[in-house]
Design a protein around this ligand. Structure first.
Ligand code: AHR
Length: 940
């Protein structure tokens, strides 16, 4: 039975857009126009010269196995060492987890309401202890390895590897201790690799060699150290291995021929590093950061600074000594860091790239909320922070300044900011911040002391406790769902101006793995910050780095494996925006035509049924129009009305639609027609096997983009309307959800009521969830003035499916030069991404911008982020000199575009990553999943 849709607007709009999809047609043909009036007589707030910074955290192997160039994983065999202050306990399922050994001194038992420690970051896999290492026996040799705590190499190294070697009869066999690196070692012909290791030969006598080899065992470099004799002392061995061949996923081996028992520790291998620094950084990754020209670098976390226990929180003093004397630290992100990229290397890197350093200090509050070091006992921790400052900038005759000088750096490092802790929700944190700030300001008034906020807005309780006048700047974290910036363009405009300023220490829009849709959103977010330059002084995207083999977080800026790397589109947005940062904002009015149709249904689309790891049956499907008239029914005599083959195992049996695959998710079958635009659907549903309940899809565009009613979500815990991607031109806003699962072998009636912008989900006639869609504006622009180069800088983002003609008017301009510059970052679709295999799919392109005048038009491609530089003088003298940092563009005439790619993650994986990474505090797993799935993690 055909459905007669009453609302055709959506189809009409996309037909119009399709008709004008070619990109280089003359401007006058564009269907959408944007009149942009820039008033050069009205300076608004200055754009902060420090706006564009970066944030480096040890997450997803960003440091070890990432920017820190060390190639050996688990080099000192410490991976299995329990973080101090934690103990192992057996879980019900037989596995192990960590718990705090005891409460902080002076803390009465029972005071802390949190069940500590919080679950996710306290898992423990004993198998990790030897991660990276294996033994290979050749030519009849015999050998064994085991970890030992006997005869430690130094105080930092509690463990080493004990090996038993026997070359066998004739002594021709060899025992190779192999390290696989961080999922491979990038071996390049001609490249020198500096190998170092320590041996305590014990009873062993024989030959030792170091080898770089291919996956197939082919030797690519080798150094023979010759014979070693038995002995009780630890001896250091070093050599440079020059590779003769190429292998992107190579291995390193120490090869032993002889007899006896010996100990091995601290096995290290370094390729040439960024700027040739010892114990330095991986050049391609460091280069990405250098080219961003960041004003500052935030380090080392994030959650990483919080510590699981007080004893295991980072202590910078253990990160400045020689690397083999650093004990390393088990981090929040479930692996151990060597702290090789330590405080000292961080400060050096800041100096190398001309950025200010921001050190995030442990605040005495661990990652477990309210598990705080008592405030009246906080002095030693405050002192630790004061010492960190002294190490960085203190005079050479001060205690720690002297240590810095002795280490070869008498000159102070560029430390400008200290942040106190990271994301501490309790209002009590305000007292901690105030205490730290007071102590820091007393000795270092020039240091900006940053107050950490929580997610999505301000921690007003903590701000009140600290007192407004006692705060320099607050660090608000903003992980936003796709499209958020489009509906919150005035977010910062509405902030009450107070004595303190705002720093967006962690921000990112989440879409795909960081696709072009997310980059467009980030561009709008940056425009929001630029145009509120009086308030928003600094920002840094998060997370910055991700090793594709250990992804703690869904969306990251730069990804890499052992040999390759690439930057997501958002990286190029930041790079181009920073290179074209105006000194001051100009009043800018934007009028986009045509205006959206207020009646267009926002969640119209195809309808379908399905399940997740569950066998289900459906019958008696009915669809009604908004007046309650039946417009479609299906008694499931056959599958002709449905798209087949569908995802899952679908068949009809006795008037019932059956999906029999219990192990697949999401299974999905889509109705050919009618589309569901506005009306109601009911269908009977029964779960007959598997773990969850039913799915009912709407606003579906193929198998990968849809909205859906999820009955028995997340292991049959709750029911809610969820999204996989956003409706075209609209933002999905999840609403209520209902706890409870779907019973086996029981027929339910499930239903969906859809209006222009609202969806309601029913179970046996009772509403269990709802959601809204909000129209998304699709064009944004801001403008400012670059005084040094006398140019109007106009930034514009076009989300339209077709190009937009921008009619630009510069009021109050003096002489306007004819030719400017147009830098564009664009994609064919918002879901396009750069990957390891396609690293340069989305990069900036620059063309001359001809025909500039006081009034002129320019075509902006569909799905594009644009920067227009229009040479224009001022009629009357503008505010005197340019201030602060010179625009990064001044020193950089052309864009240099690096790159390299990764396979796209599945929806499931994304959700899991979000779960793993999404916080955590005070939420049970179900609440947490509900928030993630309904997009309601915000509070402000
Ligand atoms: O950037 C990832 C994490 O998100 C950071 O560690 C933390 O500060 C935030 O919760």
């Amino acid at each position: 039975m055909p459905f007669s849709p009453m609302w055709k607007h959506a189809a009409l709009v996309s037909a119009v857009c399709l008709a004008v999809s070619a990109s280089d047609v003359v401007a006058a043909e564009a269907a959408v126009t944007a009149a942009i009036r820039v008033d050069l007589t009205q300076d608004k707030a200055p754009v902060s010269p420090d706006l564009y910074g970066i944030f480096l955290e040890e997450i997803s192997h960003a440091f070890d196995g990432g920017i820190y160039a060390e190639l050996i994983q688990n080099r000192s065999f410490e991976e299995g060492v329990l973080p101090p202050g934690m103990k192992l306990v057996r879980k019900k399922d037989g596995g192990l987890k960590m718990e705090l050994e005891s409460l902080p001194p002076g803390v009465p038992k029972g005071k802390w309401p949190m069940p500590w420690p919080w679950m996710m970051n306290c898992g423990w896999d004993p198998g990790r202890a030897l991660i990276g290492w294996s033994l290979r026996l050749g030519g009849g040799a015999k050998g064994r390895m085991k970890l030992t705590e006997a005869n430690p190499m130094n105080r930092a190294s509690s463990r080493s590897l004990e090996m038993t070697v026997s070359s066998g009869s004739g002594g021709s066999g060899e025992v190779a201790l192999v390290n696989s690196g961080y999922w491979g070692i990038d071996v390049r012909a001609g490249r020198p690799y500096a190998a170092t290791f320590f041996l305590r030969t014990g009873t062993f006598g024989g030959d030792v060699s170091a080898v770089l080899e291919g996956k197939d065992g082919k030797v690519l470099a080798r150094h023979d150290f010759g014979a070693v004799k038995p002995g009780e002392e630890w001896q250091k061995h070093s050599a440079v291995l020059k590779a003769t061949g190429r292998e992107p996923a190579g291995r390193f081996a120490l090869v032993f021929r002889g007899q006896g028992k010996l100990q091995v520790d601290w096995v290290s291998l370094f390729p040439p590093t960024y700027k040739g620094r010892p114990n330095g950084l991986r050049p391609d990754l460091a280069k990405y950061l250098e080219e961003l020209k960041p004003a500052f670098v935030r380090y080392p976390g994030g959650c990483y600074v919080e510590g699981l226990s007080f004893e295991s929180a980072p202590d910078w003093r253990k990160m400045v000594c020689p690397p083999e004397q650093r004990p390393g630290m088990w981090g929040y992100w479930q692996y151990r860091s060597t702290d090789g990229f330590g405080y000292r290397e961080f400060l050096q890197f800041c100096e190398d790239i001309g950025a200010d350093a921001m050190y995030v200090a442990f605040a005495g509050m661990t990652v477990h909320p309210e598990n705080n070091w008592p405030l009246d006992k906080i002095q030693p921790i405050v002192q630790q922070t004061l010492d960190a400052i002294e190490y960085a900038i203190g005079p050479v005759d001060s205690r720690w300044g002297g240590v810095r000088a002795k280490m070869g750096h008498p000159k102070p490092f560029p430390l400008k900011y200290i942040e106190i802790g990271n994301e501490h929700p309790p209002a009590l944190y305000g007292d901690y911040y105030r205490t730290f700030r007071q102590a820091i300001k007393a000795r270092y008034p020039q240091i900006t002391v940053i107050m950490s906020m929580y997610w999505s807005g301000l921690n007003r309780g903590a701000i009140e406790r600290a007192g407004h006048e006692n705060i320099d700047i607050v660090d608000e974290h903003a992980y936003r769902p796709s499209g958020w910036a489009r509906t919150h363009f005035d977010y910062f405009d509405k902030y009450k101006r107070t004595p303190w300023k705002v720093y967006l220490g962690e921000y990112a829009h989440h879409h795909g793995n960081g696709d072009f849709g997310a980059a467009m959103d980030d561009s709008v977010f940056l425009m929001m910050m630029e145009r509120n330059g009086d308030l928003v002084k600094m920002a840094s995207y998060a997370p910055l780095f991700c090793n594709v083999h250990k992804r703690n977080w869904g969306v990251n800026l730069i990804e890499f494996d052992a040999a390759r790397s690439f930057a997501h589109a958002s990286y190029y947005v930041q790079k181009v925006f920073n290179a074209n940062r105006p000194d001051v904002n100009l009043a800018t009015a934007v009028d986009v035509q045509p205006k959206p149709d207020p009646d267009a249904p926002l969640m119209a689309g195809r309808f379908g049924l399905g399940s997740w790891n569950t066998a289900v049956e459906f019958k008696d499907l009915r669809m009604f129009d908004p007046n309650g008239k039946l417009v479609y029914r299906d008694e499931f005599a056959g599958l002709e009305g449905w798209d087949t083959p569908a995802r899952g195992r679908w068949q009809v049996r006795n008037g019932t639609l059956c999906q029999t695959d219990k192990g697949a998710g999401p299974t999905m079958i889509l109705l050919k027609s009618p589309r569901l635009e506005w009306g109601k659907v009911t269908v009977k549903a029964r779960r007959v096997g598997g773990r969850e309940g039913f799915l009912m899809f709407f606003n579906a565009f193929g198998l990968d983009r849809f909205l859906f009613c999820n009955y028995g979500a997340a292991g049959n815990q709750f029911s809610a309307i969820q999204d996989r991607g956003q409706p075209e031109g609209a933002a999905f806003r999840g609403g209520m959800s209902t706890r409870g699962g779907i019973e086996m072998n029981r027929w339910y009636e499930i239903g969906l009521v859809l209006t222009r912008d609202k969806a309601e989900m029913f179970l046996d006639g009772k509403k269990v969830s709802d959601a809204r869609a909000e129209y998304l504006p699709a064009f944004f622009a801001t403008a400012g003035y670059d005084r040094t180069n006398k140019a109007v800088i106009l930034k514009a983002t076009n989300y339209h499916t077709g190009r937009v003609r921008a009619d630009i008017e510069l009021t109050g301009a003096g002489e306007v030069g004819q030719t400017g510059r147009h830098i564009v970052i664009r994609a064919d679709k918002p879901t396009d991404e750069n990957t390891l295999d396609q690293p340069d799919r989305i990069v900036p392109h620059e063309t001359p911008l001809s025909g500039c005048a006081a009034r002129f038009s320019v075509t902006l491609p569909r799905y594009s982020v644009n920067v227009l530089r229009i040479p224009a003088g001022l009629k009357c003298a503008g505010p005197a000199e340019s201030r602060g940092r010179p625009p990064a563009s001044a020193a950089r005439p052309a864009l240099v575009l690096p790159g390299h790619g990764t396979p796209a993650a599945s929806f499931l994986r994304r959700t899991v990553f979000q779960c793993l990474s999404t916080r955590r505090h005070r939420l049970g797993r179900a609440d947490f999943l509900r928030q993630v799935s309904t997009g309601r993690g915000e509070h402000r």
